[in-house]
Design a protein. Structure first.
Length: 272
């Protein structure tokens, strides 16, 4: 028996007819990224930096059988990796504590998160924030991107996942709820990660991003919008500093991931 999931897309975005392929593709891609990020978090890969291990990607990849019905489009999902590859490695059947496939665990956790974060009530429960915080900023970032796509498309997303021997899990998120979810994630910083950078200031400005030369030779832009003016005016070009930076990632419509660096603390390293 195989696990199966379903994404039903309905509402203003499809208007009772087939939705735009681009919108469907963005939602499907956003769902796959969220499942993979959640699976990675369950395997203790939570940081924003770097790429997911190929083994995590393989174990969380879903395949699609698409169908349509009146007024909605249904994406029928299932794991690409057969469950026996994980619960019977090498053909050895576990007699007790049979491991659940990662795609099952990740899909169930993701839908549980959406059930708490995608509520139609104005206030999102703090327990949802705590659950997302435990999974790390990579999951928060992918959920924020998924919420952005749903809001722009005007499509309501109904998600289910049925695992043999377990109760089916369900969640539904409207465009309005997706907008609140995205604002909640950003407001709590659940899509961001704090990192330390060492570099040399190449530009200093109170109106534009700073250019910082890193030790590896790369020069990056960092926003200083959260620094008070008295702090900005203290620094000159050429100073070697340590920067405490908030890092966020955002998926672009073309699939490119944009990294945003925001400075919130600067410390001199050269006796400046």
């Amino acid at each position: 028996m195989r696990s199966r999931g379903e994404l039903r897309l309905r509402g203003g975005g499809d208007q009772g007819h087939p939705a735009e392929l681009g919108q469907i593709g963005l939602i499907a891609a956003g769902w796959q990224r969220a499942v993979s990020a959640t699976g990675a978090a369950l395997e203790d890969f939570r940081a924003l930096g770097g790429v997911l291990p190929p083994e995590i990607v393989r174990r969380t990849t879903l395949v699609l059988n698409a169908a349509s019905s009146a007024g909605s489009i249904i994406l029928s999902l299932e794991p690409r990796t057969p469950p026996a590859n994980e619960d019977e490695p090498g053909g050895n059947v576990a007699l007790i504590n049979t491991p659940r496939p990662l795609a099952d665990r990740a899909s169930a956790v993701l839908i549980g998160l959406l059930g708490g974060l995608g509520t139609d009530t104005p206030v999102i429960d703090d327990s949802a924030a705590a659950s997302l915080g435990e999974l790390g900023p990579r999951v928060g970032s992918t959920l924020a991107d998924l919420a952005r796509v749903i809001t722009r498309s005007g499509i309501t997303l109904d998600a289910t996942w049925a695992e043999p021997g377990s109760a089916t899990v369900r969640a539904s998120i409207t465009p309005a709820a997706a907008g609140r979810m995205r604002s909640f994630i950003a407001g709590r910083g659940l899509d961001a990660e704090e990192q330390l950078f060492t570099g040399t200031l190449r530009t200093v400005s109170d109106t534009q991003s700073w250019l910082v030369a890193l030790p590896d030779g790369e020069t990056v832009k960092m926003s200083a919008k959260e620094l008070p003016y008295r702090e900005i005016s203290h620094w000159n070009i050429g100073a070697t500093v340590q920067l405490r930076v908030r890092v966020t990632l955002q998926e672009q419509p073309d699939g490119h991931v944009r990294r945003t660096l925001t400075i919130f603390e600067v410390t001199a390293l050269d006796g400046y």
